[in-house]
Design a protein around this ligand. Structure first.
Ligand code: NAP
Length: 459
C-alpha cells in the first residue's frame, strides 16, 4: 500500500482528501515519463499546443466555482480571493495560448562583422526539455499556471511538485489539461515534502531546468544542489510603499489595507512596510485602523470573508512571536495582535525599528507596520534598505519624485500610485537581490524556458 498524505481544510482542520506520497522511485519514473513525452510533444506544431492551452483556459472558466472552493479550503484563502485566483489563471492560460503562436527568433545581421560577410544568420527558440517546477502554497493554481502554461506553450514537458499542504488544485489542473488534449506524461505531478521529493527532483540530472517559487532559503539550497541546469527563482519580499502628502493618500487607504491583509498577508508582494509623511501620518493611521475594523475575519468559504486562517497554526504562532518581540522592543500595536488557532487578527504596528523582524524580514502574515518620515529622500532610503527587491510602491503626484524613485529603487517592479501588490499575468514579474533570479509573466517565462539555436548559412 502506498503511503498517503492527508490534505486538511485549513479552517476546520478536517481531512479534505488523501493523496499518494511519492517515493524516490516514483519521482524517477515521473521524470522518465516526462522525458518520453517530450520526444513527441516538442514536435507538436504551435497551433496544436495553443489549442490545448486555449481549451484548458475555457475548462477552468467552466469549473470556476469547484476550483475556487478547492483553493479556498486547502489554502484557507477567502472565497473572493480564491475566485479571483481562478480568473487570473484563466487569463494566464489564454496568454500562454496566444504566446505559443508567436514564439520566434530573429535574423542576425552577420555582415556587421567583416568575418560574417556573405552569410545568412538567424536564431530559433527551441524547447529546453523537461522542466522541474516547484511551487508554494499561497497561490496553488495561478503560481502553478505561471510555470506549467509557459512551459507547455514552448513545447516542454513538466514534472511539478506542488506544496504538500495544497496539492489538490494542481491535481484538478492536471485533469483539465488531459481533458483539453495534453498527451499523457507532458505534465507529471509528484507530491511529498520539499526535503525529500523536492530534493530528488532538483538533483536528478535529466530535467533541463528548475523553476522554483518559494522562500529564499530553499531557493538558495536549490542553486547549490541543481548542478548544470537552468534555474529561475521567484522568492520573498518585505513589500513597502511611500505615501507623499501631494498624493491621493485618502483614496489609497482601502487599497493599502487590502494589500496588507488579503490572503492573510501570505502574498509575496504583500504590503508590510508603510512609510507615511509626518504631515498626514495621524489621519492616515486613523483612517487605516478604521478600514481594518471593517474586515471580516474567519471562515474563508463565507462570501464576504476578507481574511481567513494562515496556512497552519505554527505559522500564526511564529507571526505572533514576531509581534511580541517587536512590542518588547518598543513597538506599539495600533490594531489587532490577537490569535485564535491559525487565525491571526490583521495587525498594525507603530513605533517600529528598522532591524525588528517585522520590518527587515518577510512577515508572510496579516501584519503591517507604519513608519512616519519627514523627508522623501529619507523615505526612499528606508524603503530601499532591504535585502529584498521584488516590488515597491510610491504614491505621489509629483513626476520628479516618481522619476527619482524609478531611478533609485532596485526592485523588479515599481508601482507609481499603487502598492507593491499590483500584478497582471502578462507583465514581467520577478525580483532582484534576495527576491530571485529570472522573470515570470508568460512571455518572459517562455524566454527563460527556451534555448536559442543559432543558424548560419554559408551559400
Ligand atoms: P517554501 O517553504 O520555500 O516552499 C516552496 C516549495 O518548495 C514547496 O513546494 C516546498 O515543499 C518546496 N521545498 C521545500 N524545501 C525544499 C527543498 N529542500 N528542495 C526542494 N523543494 C523544497 O515556501 P512556502 O512557505 O510554500 O511559500 C512562501 C514563500 O514563497 C515566501 O517566501 C514567499 O514570498 C514566496 N513566494 C514568492 C513568490 C514570487 O513570485 N516571488 C510568489 C509566492 C510565494 P513542501 O512545502 O511540500 O515541503
Amino acid at each position: 500500500m502506498k503511503k498517503k498524505i492527508e490534505v486538511l481544510d485549513k479552517f476546520s482542520g478536517k481531512v479534505l482528501d488523501r493523496v499518494p506520497q511519492a517515493g524516490e522511485a516514483d519521482v524517477r519514473s515521473a521524470i522518465g515519463r516526462a522525458q518520453k513525452a517530450f520526444a513527441v510533444y516538442s514536435q507538436w506544431p504551435a497551433h496544436k499546443r495553443a489549442q490545448v492551452l486555449e481549451t484548458a483556459s475555457r475548462l477552468l472558466s467552466e469549473r470556476k466555482d469547484e476550483i475556487a472552493l478547492t483553493i479556498c479550503r486547502e489554502a484557507g484563502k477567502a472565497w473572493k480571493y480564491s475566485a479571483l485566483e481562478v480568473d487570473r489563471a484563466i487569463e494566464t492560460f489564454k496568454f500562454a495560448a496566444e504566446e505559443a503562436k508567436r514564439l520566434h527568433g530573429e535574423t542576425v545581421p552577420l555582415d556587421a562583422s567583416t568575418g560574417g560577410e556573405g552569410r545568412l544568420g538567424f536564431y530559433l527558440r527551441t524547447p529546453i526539455g523537461v522542466v522541474a517546477a516547484i511551487s508554494p502554497f499561497n497561490y496553488p493554481l495561478n503560481l502553478v499556471a505561471h510555470k506549467v502554461a509557459p512551459a507547455l506553450a514552448c513545447g516542454n514537458t513538466v514534472v511539478l511538485k506542488p506544496a504538500t499542504t495544497t496539492p489538490l488544485t494542481s491535481l484538478l489542473l492536471q485533469k483539465i489539461l488531459l481533458e483539453a488534449g495534453l498527451p499523457a506524461g507532458a505534465l507529471e505531478i509528484v507530491i511529498g515534502s520539499g526535503s525529500t521529493v523536492g530534493t530528488w527532483l532538483v538533483c536528478d540530472s535529466r530535467p533541463a531546468m528548475v523553476t522554483f517559487t518559494g522562500s529564499p532559503t530553499v531557493g538558495e539550497q536549490i542553486t547549490r544542489l541543481a548542478g548544470l541546469k537552468k534555474i529561475t527563482l521567484e522568492l520573498g519580499n518585505n513589500g513597502g510603499v511611500i505615501l507623499e502628502p501631494d498624493s491621493d493618500w485618502k483614496g489609497a487607504v482601502d487599497r493599502c489595507v487590502m494589500s496588507a491583509f488579503a490572503n492573510s498577508g501570505q502574498v509575496c508582494i504583500s504590503l508590510q512596510r508603510i512609510y507615511v509623511h509626518k504631515s498626514i501620518a495621524a489621519e492616515f493611521t486613523e483612517r487605516f485602523v478604521k478600514a481594518m475594523s471593517r474586515l471580516k475575519v474567519g471562515d474563508p468559504t463565507q462570501k464576504d470573508c476578507d481574511v481567513g486562517p494562515m496556512i497552519s497554526e505554527d505559522e500564526a504562532v511564529r507571526a505572533q512571536a514576531w509581534i511580541d518581540e517587536a512590542v518588547r522592543g518598543g513597538a506599539k500595536i495600533l490594531a489587532g495582535g490577537k490569535r485564535r488557532g491559525a487565525i491571526l487578527e490583521p495587525t498594525l504596528l507603530g513605533r517600529v525599528k528598522p532591524r525588528m523582524k517585522v520590518m527587515c524580514q518577510e512577515a508572510f502574515a496579516p501584519l503591517a507596520s507604519i513608519v512616519v518620515y519627514s523627508d522623501f529622500d529619507e523615505a526612499l532610503r528606508q524603503l530601499s534598505d532591504t535585502v529584498y527587491g521584488l516590488q515597491a510602491g510610491i504614491y505621489t503626484r509629483d513626476i520628479g519624485k516618481a522619476l527619482e524613485a524609478i531611478k533609485r529603487l532596485d526592485f523588479g517592479g515599481i508601482m507609481i500610485n499603487d502598492t507593491p501588490v499590483f500584478r497582471v499575468d502578462h507583465m514581467p514579474y520577478g525580483g532582484n537581490k534576495c527576491s530571485g533570479l529570472g522573470r515570470e509573466g508568460v512571455r518572459f517565462a517562455m524566454e527563460e524556458m527556451t534555448n536559442l539555436r543559432m543558424v548560419v548559412i554559408k551559400p
